[in-house]
Design a protein around this ligand. Structure first.
Ligand code: MG
Length: 264
């Protein structure tokens, strides 16, 4: 082979390699499972009793009687979930609901219950969520997961008490379906520079049924189903949002929701 022919062959080979590489990169379409973590599974802890009447300075967001503090996330119409017998139940067709009030830093208490006769498995079993700041329509924002994690395996960064696809809970303190669960959450909102870049990230501390599950963890950005989290939606104050997940299992319920605003 002449030098010229050799160079030509090498060129074709390099070009071919380049095509293969480019194809591989283009072919790497992000998938949900890219960001799932399955191990190690947090230890199971059986919680003690929990009781949390609102303290005197709390803003009560749901006291069992009405949804005056809430709207549908997408159309801002009166919240379309169901209130009966002192309990708020997800109405999946209505979509997510969120508070009319907006917040920066706060302490939040809420209680939630997976139906006794829950069906489904994995992420399709009692999926809901609490968006600690709702930054837009749909699921935009920062979600701590609500799910039936009582003897229901899924990726651990998507189980109950996870900061969705970012932080695995320190323990699985889940009560069985039909029993009330409590979340007590401290939210430190992200702050932003004047140009919209991130100044300080968000932090979460959370207790599930009185058991510490997140200890001042730093968030990497908004929680996403697909792809890597990022801080790309600066906000000042934001509503708290509850998720109407589209999974086909029976809808879950909430009660006793209150919040205490904290200084900046
Ligand atoms: Mg969810």
């Amino acid at each position: 082979m002449s030098i010229r022919a050799f160079i030509s062959v090498c060129g074709v080979a390099l070009a071919a390699a380049g095509v293969v590489l480019a194809t591989a990169q283009q072919g790497a379409k992000p998938r949900p499972e890219d960001t799932e973590v399955w191990e190690p599974e947090p230890p199971v802890v059986t919680p003690g009793s929990t009781d949390a009447e609102p303290p005197s300075d709390a803003i009560v967001l749901f006291d069992g009687t009405n949804l005056d503090e809430w709207v549908n996330t997408n159309d801002k119409a009166p919240a379309g979930w169901t209130v009966a017998d002192g309990v708020l139940t997800v109405e999946k067709k209505a979509g997510n609901i969120e508070t009319k009030r907006t917040f920066r830093n706060y302490q939040l208490h809420l209680e939630w219950r997976i139906p006794t006769h829950i069906t489904g498995e994995g992420q399709g079993r009692g999926n809901s969520g609490v968006f600690l700041a709702s930054t837009g329509p749909g699921d935009a924002g920062y979600e701590i997961q609500v799910l039936d994690s009582f003897e229901n395996r899924t990726y651990v960064n998507g189980m109950a008490g996870s900061i969705y696809k970012q932080h695995i809970p320190l323990a699985n303190a889940m009560r069985r379906p039909g029993e009330w669960q409590t979340y007590d959450i401290v939210w430190t909102a992200p702050t932003w520079n004047a140009d919209g870049s991130l100044r300080t990230p968000a932090y979460v501390t959370a207790f599930h049924n009185g058991v510490l599950i997140q200890n001042h963890v730093e968030l990497k950005g908004e929680t996403l189903y697909i792809g890597q989290p990022e801080y790309n939606r600066p906000y000042d104050r934001a509503p708290i949002k509850l998720q109407a997940h589209g999974d086909p299992s029976p809808p879950i319920s909430f009660r006793n929701i209150w919040v205490r605003e904290l200084p900046d």
